[in-house]
Design a protein around this ligand. Structure first.
Ligand code: SRM
Ligand code: SF4
Length: 551
């Protein structure tokens, strides 16, 4: 058997069972053996430990992630999640940057009840993590047009079509679904094969001009094309991804290539074929080089298009005209097309906790709005009856949240990954540092007379890029405790990567590093020019000129 250890494990046990069941039944064990942690990921579970508590030895705990295509959460699911979070996790719900929900801090003995509870709420954690197609993202706003409705339906369709069968998940976690041993051992997933994908695979839909799912950062992107008010098909985007590692230049963020147009009815064939190209051509010898983006980078767009067309048996049409102009979520109350109301709520770093947790639970319990999770870690309450608007405002007002005044523009546009204390890969704080980092950004903006301006700031605790910092106007990427790499120059349309401005900035140096750049921006910006665009036009143009002069 060749390949990396995860490849060997998948091949040896394609049902993804390992010894999870035995460890679950062993009440003396507080964690799973290393090999099983590979299988657990496919089940939507990460074995973690509280890194704040490491001095006294590892205190194992688990993170569980749900799969919510398009970020849709029914009121019943939301209430079930809130109860599970209080009963088995740390009493918080975390809206992820891919429209899922994460529970943190679950003890081993609470895992089975949590996953069963999620399945009883008609949701799943299967394939929320692992070397498979992850949660399918789609615009979270309620359909404002037939196109919006069709795109949501396609996201649901695809999420189902790309879900692996992985029989062990149901045997272990979902009561009553049991296969006899002989049968289950033979199950090899028809789409994924015995070894699944070389690495994770990410899919997103978008309806231009709003790029609210950061579509070009996905392995597989569908850019909706409408004709006469109806969804006719999609421009296909392939090979996006952001993960990188410090000091390893062979790893890098990459935007997807838009390779052609196809009619809507071919979407499942297209998606499965792209996934199969990753399955068959992704690098299984090096997990750092195993994402689909490297297949595109190494073999080129023409190779990819030819390979895809050979697999689906038809040619892609030329890319249809589209334009992505901006990103972000709607905040405050908005009237829906059907006469009902929608409320966009900013959730700092996606963490629903404390009084906001209690208020949201009460709102959903009493008024039954549907919940939509956004790709910017925020939340929408949708389909609110007109008569419930005042009551919801009252509940939120009781915890200091005003629908029409939810923090500054910089805060509402920010994102941060969880990092410490749960993420085993974190090199620096992220979510916990976000409020202070934004204070620094806002105070420095104020110093140069730019208070009130929106700048998209995204922070991560390491270069993996979970809060998509490489698309931000200001990206802060953890290097070591209290030290960050500083990136400038993403655009609001989500169509341009930013660039490193400083390799290392200490938190106490951030204000002094930002101030001169903000000063230049205040003096030299064109009318209405955003900070990221100014950096791209001015700072980077200067850097390029210097580089070519030196060469
Ligand atoms: Fe991520 C690994 C959290 C979106 C790139 N990510 C992790 C793990 C599971 C750490 C680990 O492997 O032990 C983090 C769990 C931390 C914790 O304590 O909760 C983690 N990633 C997250 C979330 C929760 C961040 C957030 O702020 O919401 C997001 C969950 C999304 C979901 O619901 O599925 C999350 N991760 C992303 C994104 C953004 C996106 O997909 O739009 C990226 C960059 C895009 C991409 O994939 O290229 C991302 N996460 C990574 C990587 C780097 C992958 C690579 O190609 O190198 C890792 C590390 C890995 O896979 O080995 C990683
Ligand atoms: Fe962890 Fe790094 Fe992802 Fe943050 S970016 S959650 S530190 S893996």
């Amino acid at each position: 058997m060749a390949g990396t250890p995860p490849e060997q494990l998948k091949e040896a046990d394609p049902a993804l069972r390992g010894s999870i069941d035995q460890t679950l039944r062993d009440s003396g064990a507080d964690h799973f053996v290393e090999d099983d942690t590979v299988f657990l990921k496919f089940h939507g579970i990460y074995q973690q430990d509280d890194r704040d508590a490491r001095r006294t030895g590892k205190q194992y705990q688990f993170m569980v992630r749900t799969r919510q295509p398009g970020g849709r959460v029914s009121p019943e699911q939301y209430l079930a999640y809130a109860d599970l979070a209080q009963q088995y996790a740390n009493g918080t719900l975390r809206v992820t940057s891919r429209q899922g929900i994460q529970f943190h801090g679950i003890a081993k003995h609470g895992l089975s009840s949590t996953i069963r509870g999620i399945n009883e709420a008609l949701a799943t954690t299967l394939a929320a993590c692992g070397d498979v197609a992850r949660n399918v993202m789609a615009p979270p706003t309620p359909p404002t047009s037939v196109v919006g409705e069709d795109v949501q339906n396609d996201a649901d369709l695809l999420s189902g079509a790309l879900l692996p069968q992985a029989s062990a998940y149901h045997e272990i976690w979902v009561e009553g679904v049991k296969l006899d041993l002989g049968e289950k051992e033979r199950v090899v997933d028809p789409l994924y094969g015995a070894t699944y994908l070389p690495r994770k695979f990410k899919t997103a839909f978008v309806i231009p001009p709003l790029n609210d799912t950061d579509v070009l950062t996905n392995c597989l992107g569908f850019i909706a094309v409408a004709e006469d008010g109806r969804l006719s098909g999609y421009n296909l985007a392939v090979g996006g991804g952001l993960g990188r590692a410090h000091g390893k230049t062979e790893t890098f963020p990459r935007l997807a290539d838009v390779v052609g147009y196809f009619p809507r009815e071919r979407i499942v064939e297209i998606a499965k074929a792209v996934l199969a190209i990753h399955r068959d051509w992704g690098d299984r010898t090096n997990r750092r080089h195993a994402r689909l983006k490297y297949v595109l980078e190494d073999r080129g767009v023409d190779w990819f298009r030819a390979e895809l067309e050979a697999r689906v048996g038809f040619a892609l049409a030329p890319v249809r005209h589209y334009e992505l102009t901006n990103q972000g979520d709607p905040f405050g109350w908005k009237r829906q097309r059907n006469g009902k109301w929608m409320l966009g709520l900013h959730v700092e770093a996606g963490r629903i906790k404390g009084s906001l947790f209690r208020a949201l639970r009460e709102i959903v319990l009493r008024h039954r709005p549907a919940v939509r999770l956004t790709a910017s870690q925020n939340l929408l309450l949708v389909d609110v009856a007109p008569g419930a608007v005042r009551a919801i405002d009252g509940i939120l007002g009781g915890v200091g949240v005003q629908a029409d005044a939810q923090g500054s523009a910089v805060r509402r546009a920010s994102m941060a990954c969880p990092a410490l204390p749960t993420c085993g890969l974190a090199l620096a704080e992220s979510e916990r540092w976000l409020p202070e980092a934004l204070d620094i950004v806002e105070k420095t903006l104020e110093d140069v007379g730019l208070d009130g301006d929106e700048i998209v700031v995204r922070i991560t605790g390491c270069p993996n890029g979970c809060a998509r910092p490489y698309m931000a106007e200001i990206g802060l990427v953890g290097r070591a405790p209290g030290k960050y790499q500083l990136w400038f120059g993403g655009n609001h349309a989500g169509t341009r990567l930013n660039r490193v401005y400083r390799e290392t900035v200490r938190t106490d140096e951030l204000a002094d590093t930002l101030r001169p750049v903000f000063q230049r921006y205040a003096l030299e910006r064109a009318e209405g020019e955003r900070f990221g665009d100014f950096c791209s036009r001015s700072i980077w143009a200067g850097a390029n000129a210097l580089q070519s002069a030196a060469a």
